[in-house]
Design a protein around this ligand. Structure first.
Ligand code: ZN
Ligand code: ZN
Ligand code: ZN
Length: 369
């Protein structure tokens, strides 16, 4: 266990939480616990919780089911571990650890059942989520994390390049078969796991989160591929589209709008602007071309140890972009019943700009396979 890494993460988080007036923090097992301790707790109904008093020198406590205590990394300098048995009431134990806190910050992944129990046990305390109080624990990446995102992005990039080079057979195959093929390729280039793979053909491409199915890809249509995996704990996520055969003029012209919109958002992303400014940069280009109603989702999401995490690049998000943010920029245009298109890269934000982790050709490529 890298004690120094986790000590520095908790020190930074503790300071931020104290600045947000948190008297106590309750993190349920999940990505935030993994980030703070390197421990992947079971995600079942028995609660594992990291409970701490930000800004104080008191050691945090991990409450874990007694049967899982042997799995918790031993790190007495970082935290103490308290096991609870099936005869215990873990929520009451957590509540008594929190004691008289006025403001309790809880992880977004804390189950409603446990939060309701804490609220009943601590009627005078106010509760607020990590994302609403400090924008999440994991949103600002250090150099090592950014390097991992660049590396894993490079892996996904290789498979996107294979798609564009016509190395992945499309016409006559089902979406499911193509998705299986892409999944194998993502592993072959070095991902540890594949997290998702969307292959949406023809009219299905107008459904942004389409589940690949039995539809057979035809000549002369859109094939939208959005996929990613994990390597060294960090995630990739890329979308590229290809057209089977010659590209119709109206599709080519619309892609041109999409590509300009994506570039505008990448150009806009830098420390000091708001996340909604980045969203607006893409949205404006698409709206000016008359497709405003066809861009039916946010411009992007943060990425790190999870495919989707803070910060979210969307209208109304006035949080400020800072160096260390990593997020997707993925505008799309969707025409129901005909086709949809999306262009997605992950960027990491440095001092004065955003750098793409994925760089494969940004054009709509015509393939004949
Ligand atoms: Zn998505
Ligand atoms: Zn994606
Ligand atoms: Zn994405």
């Amino acid at each position: 266990m890298d004690t120094e890494l986790f000590a520095s993460r908790w020190a930074a988080a503790s300071t931020r939480l104290a600045q947000a007036d948190a008297d106590a923090l309750v993190v349920r097992g999940g990505s935030d616990l993994f980030y703070l301790t390197g421990y992947h707790a079971s995600s079942m109904e028995r609660i594992t919780a990291f409970v701490a008093r930000p800004g104080s020198s008191e050691r945090p406590v991990i409450f874990a089911p007694q049967i899982e205590v042997p799995l918790v990394p031993v790190a007495p300098d970082l935290y103490q571990v308290v096991g609870w048995t099936d005869d215990d009431d873990p929520v009451a134990m957590i509540a008594s650890e929190i004691g008289s806190a006025n403001r309790v910050i809880v992880s977004d992944e804390l189950w409603a059942q446990h939060l309701l129990g804490l609220q009943a046990a601590l009627p005078d305390a106010g509760f607020v989520s990590l994302s609403d109080s400090v924008g999440g624990l994991r949103s600002v990446k250090n150099d090592d994390e950014m390097a991992r995102l660049q590396t894993v992005g490079g892996l996904a990039n290789q498979v996107a390049a294979q798609l564009q080079a016509g190395e992945i057979p499309l016409v006559g195959r089902t979406e499911r078969a193509i998705a299986d093929d892409i999944t194998e390729r993502l592993l072959a280039v070095g991902h540890d796991t594949v997290e998702f793979c969307i292959v949406a053909s023809g009219p299905n491409s107008a459904s942004p989160h389409h589940h690949p199915g039995e539809r057979v890809v035809q000549q002369g249509e859109m094939v939208l591929c959005d996929f990613g995996g994990r390597h060294n704990g960090y995630c990739s996520d890329i979308t590229r589209c290809v057209w089977t055969g010659p590209i119709p003029d109206d599709v080519a012209a619309t892609w041109d709008v999409l590509q300009k919109a994506q570039q505008a958002a990448v150009d806009a992303a830098r420390p000091g602007v708001t996340l909604s400014d980045v969203d607006e940069a893409a949205r404006e280009v698409i709206a000016d071309a008359g497709f405003g109603q066809r861009f039916i989702h946010r411009t992007g999401h943060g990425i790190g140890t999870e495919v989707h995490e803070q910060p979210y690049v969307k209208p109304g998000n006035d949080d400020i972009v800072v160096a260390g943010h990593a997020f997707s920029i993925e505008p799309g245009i969707y025409i129901d019943g005909q086709w949809g298109m999306r262009l997605e890269d992950i960027v990491v934000v440095i001092d004065d700009r955003a750098i793409r982790c994925t760089t494969t050709d940004h054009r709509l490529i015509s393939v004949n396979v």
